[in-house]
Design a protein around this ligand. Structure first.
Ligand SMILES: Cc1cc2nc3c(=O)[nH]c(=O)nc-3n(C[C@H](O)[C@H](O)[C@H](O)COP(=O)(O)OP(=O)(O)OC[C@H]3O[C@@H](n4cnc5c(N)ncnc54)[C@H](O)[C@@H]3O)c2cc1C
Length: 403
């Protein structure tokens, strides 16, 4: 056997069993054992053992070197999965965006697009996922899963991954996706790229190319996970277009049960919803955003009035949020939310790159008294002027036209 396990060092932690992309390791009497017929000498297990109990026989290493390029785990791991997050039984929009992008990846890999749905009374969500392009849906329908329960969700998905061995899993970078994806990645000992803004497949290696802003948004980094499967990424909402719905399209549905030993370690006693006034800026058609140029928190009142007249929501730059002028839930940008309205109105915002990355609007209107402010670089319409004059004038004009 070319892979050697030092049983004196092996503690039976199972790290190698989770890591092996070919299911070639198992635990027998709390010691790791290699299944010779399944081992592909990919060497993923060598790096993952915390006790350094796994090594490669010299002869095998030579054979491998002679063979040139090392086998990649993509040979076995297959299919592009999307975690189908639901709230109150309704699939959240970012899932449809991931299905749209996931379809492109699956086509490039020649593999299936698969949704993983956990919830209770899931029939409607299953229909919607099928119509939005999932080829197959793994469903866990259990009253305990109606709300996000990190312990149960993690246990169910980890077991499913170990049985099915997907190549890629995508999560929305929502509060739930951001809580769940790292737990799963840690359990199965694979990599996770957070907050991706671009995804593609390398045609040569078939690795997932995961692009995200790095170093304060000044560069875009493309990250790969070549030696472990699945390749996991969270993706910000509003980055990709939703997969179109095709009425009557159906997916293959496979039902599963939550693993027996999985228990809820925490209990949700109460869910307090955000109030009506806290419009979700990520979903608004019009966002009127204020920055340091407003001069103080009291001036957000005129932005609220303008947003109300336009049926929109109020956003803020980080400078305004950090100054305590407006709540963080409204922050647009790299460390805030990505918004994709039809119209984004930036008022007294300079347009730093960290703010710009959060704007995916069809049209941008910028109001700034500095004609050289970078926000004008991305503006469809620019108004060089004082917000305290321009915004009241806009409000008055809208009211006049409406009356
Ligand atoms: C790691 C990192 C993450 C970050 N994440 C974010 C993020 O998520 N979102 C974000 O917004 N920023 C973020 N930032 C901060 C970002 O770099 C900028 O500092 C911030 O966006 C500036 O906010 P501002 O445009 O409101 O303020 P300023 O840059 O101070 O701009 C104020 C603008 O108002 C104009 N102005 C002043 N008075 C008036 C007036 N009366 N009428 C009209 N115009 C006027 C000025 O000409 C100026 O252009 C991040 C920074 C880092 C390092």
């Amino acid at each position: 056997m070319p892979i050697i396990i030092d049983i004196n060092k092996c503690t039976g932690c199972g790290a190698c069993v989770y890591t092996c992309p070919f299911a070639a390791l198992e635990l027998l009497s709390e010691k790791a054992k290699v299944k010779e017929e399944s081992c592909n000498l990919c060497r993923a297990c060598l790096d993952c053992c915390p006790e350094e109990a796994i090594s490669l026989m010299e002869q095998a290493a030579e054979m491998e070197a002679a063979a040139g390029e090392r086998d990649k785990p993509t040979a076995e791991a297959a299919d592009v999965w999307v975690f189908a997050e639901q709230r109150d039984g309704k699939v959240v929009d970012v899932v449809y965006e991931l299905l749209g992008e996931g379809r492109k990846l699956a086509t490039k890999l020649g593999q299936k697009l698969v949704a993983v749905l956990l919830g209770s009374n899931t029939a409607e969500a299953v229909t919607n996922l099928g119509e939005r392009g999932a080829d197959r849906i793994h469903v866990f329908d259990d009253p305990r899963l109606s709300r996000f329960a990190d312990d149960l969700y993690t246990a169910a998905i980890v077991e499913l991954i170990q049985n099915e061995r997907p190549a890629v899993i995508l999560f929305g970078a929502t509060a739930i996706g951001r809580a769940l994806a790292p737990r799963i990645a840690a359990r199965i000992k694979t990599g996770l790229t957070a907050d991706c803004t671009g995804l593609d497949i390398d045609p040569e290696t078939r690795n997932l190319l995961q692009t995200r802003p790095a170093f304060g948004g000044n560069i875009m980094a493309t990250i790969i996970c070549p030696n472990h499967r699945p390749q996991m990424a969270t993706v910000r909402p509003n980055i990709f277009k939703k997969a179109p719905a095709e009425a009557g399209r159906k997916a293959e549905v496979i039902s599963h049960e939550v693993p027996k030993g999985a228990n809820l370690l925490s209990e949700i006693l109460e869910v307090v919803r955000a109030t009506e006034e806290m419009v979700n800026i990520a979903e608004a058609d019009v966002v009127v955003s204020g920055g340091r140029g407003l001069g103080g928190p009291q001036h957000f009142a005129m932005l609220e009035e303008l947003a109300r007249l336009l049926g929109g929501a109020v956003g803020a730059s980080r400078a305004a949020v950090d100054a305590g002028w407006y709540p963080y839930a409204h922050q647009v940008g790299q460390t805030g939310k990505t918004v994709a309205p039809k119209v984004y109105i930036a008022c007294g915002i300079s347009g730093a790159v960290q703010h710009q990355v959060g704007i995916q609007a069809e049209q941008v209107v910028a109001i700034n008294k500095d004609p050289d402010a970078p926000i004008f670089d991305i503006a469809t319409y620019g108004i060089v002027g004082d917000v305290h004059e321009v915004i009241p004038a806009l409000i008055a004009e809208i009211k006049k036209r409406r009356s």
